[in-house]
Design a protein around this ligand. Sequence first.
Ligand code: ARG
Ligand code: GLU
Length: 736
Amino acid sequence: MSGRSKFLTFFSKCALFFLIVFSRFPAIAKEGMWIPATLASHEKEMRAMGLEIPVDKLYNEDGTGLNNAVVLFGKGCTGEIISSKGLVLTNHHCGYGSVQRLATADKKDYFANGFFAKKMEDEIPCPGLTVTFIRRMENVTDRILTGVNDVLSDEVRDSIIAKRTAVVEKEFMNNTHLEASIKPYFQGNQYWISVTETFRDIRLAGFPPNGIGAFGGDVENWMWPRHTGDFSLFRVYAGPDNKPADYAAANQPYETDEFFNINISGYKEGDFTMVYGFPGITQEYISSYELKEVDSLTDPISIAARTRKLNVWNGHMAWYKENFLKYTAKRAGVANGWKKWQGEVSGLEANDVIGKKRDYEKTFQSWADKNVNLPLARNLLAQMRNAATAADALISEDQYNKEAPLGIELVQQGAAMEKVISCFRANFSQRQLTDTLQKISADMAGFYKNYDVPTDKDVFITLMVLYFNKCAAWMPDYYKAQYKAHNQDIGAWAEDVYNSSIFSAQDKLNDFIFKAKAGDSSKVINDPAWQLYNTIAIMRNEKILPALKNYYARMRYLDRLYMKAQMEEYKDKTFYPDANLTLRLSYGQVKGVDTKGAAKGPYQTNLGEVVALDDPNSDIFKVPQKLKYLYQTKMYGMWSEKGAMPVAFIASNHTSGGSSGSPVLNGRGELIGTNFDRAYEGTMSDYYFDPARCRNISVDIRYTLFIIDKFGGAGWLLDEMKITKKPLQAAAPKER
Ligand code: ARG
Ligand code: GLU
């Protein structure tokens, strides 16, 4: 080789080095949750970041795309198929409710000890649970919006759209068992259809104990570093034709060729990642006026009310074991939003997102002022400001209504009480009356099973104090009169309510039902729980909800035009639609975070850190004995990395509520983890994605497999999976 060509080789190696280093790192984090059918326009960038497969392997309509391996798990989580026999991996917190509802005697032990089927026949049916596949997505905007112009009234517009939607959905279902559903995207400027297949016989295969699957509980929730093995395993069962069927013992595991291969070779900082799933709601394009309502009204009010409620629940749960069991799932739900909103408010403030939106709006306004093609754009911001200002008081009031009086569990039973009353109003025979009332009571069994009166009574007291401090102006007269009648002693009032209401215990309700005579509804109508519920409902229906409904309709109209105008203003930008619980793909990179200092934060946690947190006296930081043993003996099998057992990692993928359980994929589309959370500092990404702060948190797939294998002793499940250790290529990706 001549000196010159040696130099050239050296030179081109350097060039390649720079190309790799500098082309990979500028795109550190990628905002956006993309419609899978539109990925072709991202292929170049994704390839440069490390994608090694064609994007039509990620999504296509001929049945061979990986979209067929991502499922909507239940009604609001994501799951991934990881074997040809319909094995579904999702989060522990996504399976939690189903496990709590299991009708087996030992379900309590599942939270304490976990459950791992030892063979397929052991898998436990979960009535009511569904798994939905997305077979196809198509842009049907033309079919829905042709000829529908911006000046039509919303009533006319909505009715045209509803009619067309029904026709197109029917056509796509094409007399099959598939379902089709059209949803608006870009605030109603586009419409897409999803063709789906929903399976109804889903069984539990593996569920780690809370000491793994919910480790760190609400303390570590929404936080990084994180130490939770937040996964669970289910299996989809199908009828003899491999199609959805109601539960039947004879159903067979759903067979499929489309499932995720698992890669256990690990990842390093900067590696390309994708999250494929069902993010629920984001609002990235709203005006500063709407964002202000979140930042200074709804979030702070909900936080204040829930802080009070959680203080009460935490106390009663710590004092009485039964209350822990009754309230654990409820607390997780209430605390989850409570903490996320705190992160959201602090993130929005730290980033001055309102200020940034105002600057953006100034630019928009001067663009709109000059734009003759979109005359409607000119007044949008002023109209939004006026509408929002007029609605602020209503929004604040109703947030208190929902979180304070309607946050009391007894009052929350209003819908059931309403059913009881309507039984008396119906012209029932005595027999019919008793039967119907008994059925209503039976339906409430689930509520009473997880209900504790002393706990709820304390919640009543603390939430009423808040309500009386904040809502005097709109308060129903009934509340004022009761307060007065009890000498302004909310504790005495609470005592009275819970003693005299027939709804505070199922025995009392049944006792009433046993004696109830047709036509005599007075006892229910005078029941304090009903009065507390009904007077608020009447006040809301008369004074608040119609006005709010108008406000939201108005905003929906303005948001649609604003979105359209923004897309017009930035014609060259590729916009992504706000999340709407349809299938999306986000891409980013494994990336540490440290929002407090310059030091690079770690991007991965390990089992040593879990064991270091062990606290035998804590419900949430108590490491199961067996896990400690596995740690001490380093019995990691093939799942460890450099002698350590990875647990969780973070990356810069744009996710939201609903992304829980989503597959986290490497550049080859292989599974490296399961998404389950976001870092506190970045929860404002539902409104504003800051690449420096926003991180999604995932369980490392190796931890999941280690727990199934070594902790759960369910190695037979691993035999169905396709597991590879082949590392990704570092070099330029192969051509297709
Ligand atoms: N923050 C996660 C999500 O939004 C996990 C919630 C469950 N975990 C918990 N500790 N509450 O769903
Ligand atoms: N844990 C959330 C869920 O259940 C996902 C975390 C997030 O909101 O990013 O959907």
